[in-house]
Design a protein around this ligand. Structure first.
Ligand code: SF4
Length: 512
């Protein structure tokens, strides 16, 4: 129902804001265009999308550790495309590292891979969530100390990094990067009276946040996941060696067998004799894997805690249809991440699913940007409507989230320009109203349209004929992790402001 309290002034302000943001999007430098599998910046929404955090991949005990890491990281490219890196060691005394800005295939070639010797490797793809987009912040980070080497790759964010960093700097530490991950390295290296390997656990116990760490300390590999299990981390095996990845799709790519997910708060230590010790950083307080991994971040062919992402997204579409049926002629999903939910919506309603939008996958980093005038005349680089599918039709358009609202406005307009008679927008997640503090790059609260607008206000601002978001209860039951036990088992902080850890009280973004 329309919100009668809404004033014309507020709507006008929302529309003005959307127009300003859309202009900012057009004016952005194009140097960060993503050539990866999912979204590109701009028309199809990566400017208006939450940015994946990072991806990690590790190998212990395989002669082709670097090559396996290359292929594993390539499978995780959608989690970070700004930089890529691999660090290896033969015996814990010589470390080899290469990293660079760009995609995995741009950073590495055969010669580079061949130069990374050893049977232990950790690798990383990065989108900067904490620390600037600089080569110095590209991971793995590697440090040599009096007592040996530490190399570290992480996915996530340390919420109390600034606090710890100030303490360490006061005590004389000199930081080489602006990355939050470096605080953990200093905590490990400063431990007195114990070997560095033994200092990892107490260091992990001092940091708070959402993380998956792969840490090489001399000849040992330490694998750890935060006590809430906010960020995913899985373990597999190939040829008797262990492999680790943010997502199971990386195991499929290299032909490894999935063994299990690392438990929240679990720490595994692998030593050169092939031994694996399991330990805990902390007891599981409240399992809270990131709901957005299920909605949008992870690849549809990955499984998280045993749940396949495509299947979960399809169930979200089914649930969305149950909650917000609308009489229409065709259902379409914004490619690629919303297609599974659109199929579920179509199956539940009986309205045919059609490919109403096509994404151009060949938008590279260096294409010529259309001028403002050409833009206004409708030149579209990345997403196009299929006119024959939508013309004269009542269209249900499924998307996975609305962040600022700019992209939804432009997609609705694109469908209308292609002749759609009605455009009904259905979102397979609840309104995204609060920032994330666990490694997802979100705009500040003020730029999240759902933080200050009702659903009806958003509908009017994006010019849709109707708009519905999936309810939080519907989302949790569709994912199926903990039926009937809401807010246990899953982080939903960005929807309901209920975070599993202490977060900065006055922060309106994570500072990413
Ligand atoms: S706040 Fe949202 S994006 Fe961040 S970890 Fe929680 S569910 Fe994921």
């Amino acid at each position: 129902m329309p919100d009668e309290r809404m004033t014309g002034q507020r709507i006008a302000a929302a529309e003005q804001k959307l127009a300003t943001l859309a202009l900012a999007e057009q004016e952005r430098d194009d140097s960060h265009f993503w050539t990866g599998e999912y979204y590109n910046e701009g028309m199809d929404g990566s400017f208006d999308k939450l940015k994946e955090e990072c991806g990690v991949f590790g190998v212990f005990g395989h002669e082709e550790a670097a090559a396996l890491s290359f292929y594993g990281l390539h499978a995780l490219q959608h989690r970070g495309e700004e930089s890529a890196g691999i660090c290896t060691t033969v015996d814990g005394s010589d470390f080899f590292i290469h990293k660079g800005m760009g995609l995995v295939k741009e950073v590495f070639d055969n010669d580079r891979i061949a130069s990374l010797k050893g049977s232990t490797a950790i690798g990383h793809v990065r989108y900067s969530t904490s620390g600037a987009s600089l080569i110095a912040n590209a991971q793995p980070l590697h440090f040599q100390f009096r007592h040996g080497h530490i190399a570290i790759a992480t996915n996530g964010n340390i919420v109390n990094a600034e606090e710890i960093r100030e303490e360490l700097e006061e005590a004389g530490s000199i930081f080489q990067t602006t990355s939050d991950t470096e605080v953990l390295v200093h905590l490990i290296a400063r431990a007195r009276g114990i070997p560095m390997e033994d200092a990892v656990k107490p260091a992990l116990q001092k940091v708070s946040g959402g993380y998956a760490f792969l840490i090489m300390v001399n000849d040992k590999l330490v694998v750890a996941r935060d006590p809430h299990g906010l960020r995913p981390l899985a373990m597999g095996t190939i040829d008797g060696a262990y492999v680790f990845a943010s997502e199971t799709c990386a195991f499929e790519t290299i032909g490894a067998e999935y063994l299990r997910d690392i438990e929240p708060g679990e720490m595994l230590v692998f030593d050169k004799d092939g031994g694996m010790q399991t330990d805990r950083i902390a007891p599981i307080e409240r399992r809270a894997i990131c709901a957005m991994e299920y909605i949008y971040f992870s690849r549809p062919d990955s499984d998280l805690d045993g749940i396949n992402l495509h299947a979960a997204r399809k169930r979200m579409g089914v649930q969305l249809a149950k909650e917000s049926f609308v009489d229409a002629d065709v259902v379409t999903g914004v490619p690629d991440s919303s297609i599974s939910a659109a199929i579920g919506f179509a199956e539940q309603t009986g309205i045919p699913y059609e490919l109403g939008m096509i994404k151009n996958r060949y938008t590279g980093r260096t294409f010529i940007q259309p001028s403002q005038e050409l833009r206004e005349r409708g030149v579209k680089m990345k997403l196009s409507a299929v006119r024959k599918v939508v013309e004269g039709k009542r269209v249900v358009m499924i998307d996975d989230s609305i962040v600022r609202g700019t992209t939804s406005l432009r997609i609705v307009k694109m469908l209308r320009d292609a002749g759609a008679k009605e455009v009904h927008v259905r979102i397979s997640s609840p309104p995204y109203a609060n920032p994330c503090f666990y490694g997802i790059d979100t705009p500040s609260r003020g730029d999240l349209i759902a933080s200050s607008h009702t659903v009806e206000e958003i509908r009017r601002a994006i010019d849709a004929d109707s708009l519905h978001f999936l309810s939080k209860d519907g989302l949790l039951s569709a994912i199926g992790r903990v039926p009937g036990e809401y807010n246990r088992g899953m982080c939903t902080g960005c929807f309901d402001n209920d975070y599993p850890t202490r977060v900065p009280a006055d922060a309106d973004s994570c500072g990413c």
